[in-house]
Every structure is written in structure tokens, then in C-alpha cells.
Design a protein around this ligand. Structure first.
Ligand SMILES: Nc1ncnc2c1ncn2[C@@H]1O[C@H](COP(=O)(O)OP(=O)(O)O)[C@@H](O)[C@H]1O
Ligand SMILES: [Mg+2]
Length: 149
């Protein structure tokens, strides 16, 4: 049942392929409240971008989702809403996010998926969903949703 996804993620899920990670994110996309910020924590290669590919699929977005490292962010829209995919690696703080003037794009309902969210911790709104990603073993990636603060 779709609503179990939050409970599953809170307990922590281990996926054994990129496709399983996408599929989890696809399911989560259908359960998120409108206008939700998702902070994707974890080092290079843990599957943050892969997770965002699944979110895009869940929102019915057809565009390919790739690492936004060279563009800072990408914007997508689909029948399920808009998706902002932001790589905050090169940003420092709320001022630099605000300078991007993303609000013009963020017409409800939207999801903002943030890689390297700790760089812009002071921008993340109250109610941000924090997900921790890590590699448990070769091809086995762990994803868990933090309890609400
Ligand atoms: N279980 C898994 N979940 C997510 N990605 C996986 C998994 N197993 C292998 N991979 C691979 O790990 C890599 C994760 O890369 P990426 O999503 O770009 O990570 P990040 O954005 O965190 O740097 C991809 O090449 C993906 O195919
Ligand atoms: Mg990435």
C-alpha cells in the first residue's frame, strides 16, 4: 500500500539496485505533501541523483534527470507537479539560494530535491524532509527518513 512508504523509509530501506532506489522515490513522490523540500544527505555516489530520477518519474516528468553539478539546478514539470533539483555543493547559505530566484518557478504543487543540503542549512524551511543515504555494500544502498524534528 502506497502510504506504507513513509513507514518503510523511517525504518530504513536497503535497495540492491539503482532501479529499486528509483522505485522507492517514485512511490514517495505520490505521498509527499504539496510544496515539499527533500534534503538528500550523503556522500558522492550514494544515490541522491538516482533517487531524484525516481521522484521525477513519480511526478510524471519525462525529461532525463542527471546530475545538476554543472548547472547548479534543473527545473522540470510534469502532471504531478514541478520538480526543482538543486545541487547545493557550491553554494554557501540562504543568501546564495535566494539569489537564484527560484520562487518564480515554484508554483504549487512542487517538490524541491536538494543534494548537499548541509551547505544551505539556513535556507531549508521548517518541515523539510531529511533523508540519509549511504552505501551498505557493493550495490546495496541504504535510505532512511529522519524523524520529524
Ligand atoms: N541500490 C542502489 N541505489 C542507488 N544507486 C545505486 C544502487 N546500486 C548501484 N547504484 C549506482 O550508484 C550510483 C549512484 O550515483 P548517483 O545517484 O549519481 O549518486 P549521488 O548523486 O549521490 O552522487 C549510480 O551509478 C547507480 O547506478
Ligand atoms: Mg548527484
Amino acid at each position: 500500500m502506497a502510504s506504507n512508504i513513509c513507514a518503510e523509509l523511517s525504518a530504513g530501506v536497503t535497495t540492491s539496485s539503482a532501479e529499486q532506489t528509483r522505485s522507492l522515490a517514485d512511490r514517495l513522490a505520490g505521498e509527499l505533501p504539496p510544496d515539499c523540500v527533500l534534503a538528500l544527505h550523503g556522500d558522492l555516489g550514494v544515490g541522491k541523483t538516482t533517487f531524484v530520477q525516481g521522484l521525477a518519474r513519480g511526478l510524471g516528468i519525462q525529461d532525463p534527470v542527471t546530475s545538476p553539478t554543472f548547472n547548479l539546478y534543473t527545473l522540470h514539470s510534469g502532471p504531478g507537479g514541478r520538480l526543482l533539483h538543486l545541487d547545493a555543493y557550491r553554494l554557501e547559505g540562504a543568501n546564495q539560494v535566494e539569489a537564484l530566484m527560484l520562487e518564480d518557478f515554484l508554483i504549487s504543487p512542487w517538490v524541491a530535491a536538494i543534494e548537499w543540503p548541509e551547505r544551505i542549512a539556513d535556507w531549508l524551511p521548517h518541515g523539510t524532509w531529511h533523508l540519509d543515504l549511504s552505501i551498505a555494500a557493493e550495490g546495496e544502498h541504504r535510505i532512511s527518513l529522519r524523524g520529524s524534528a
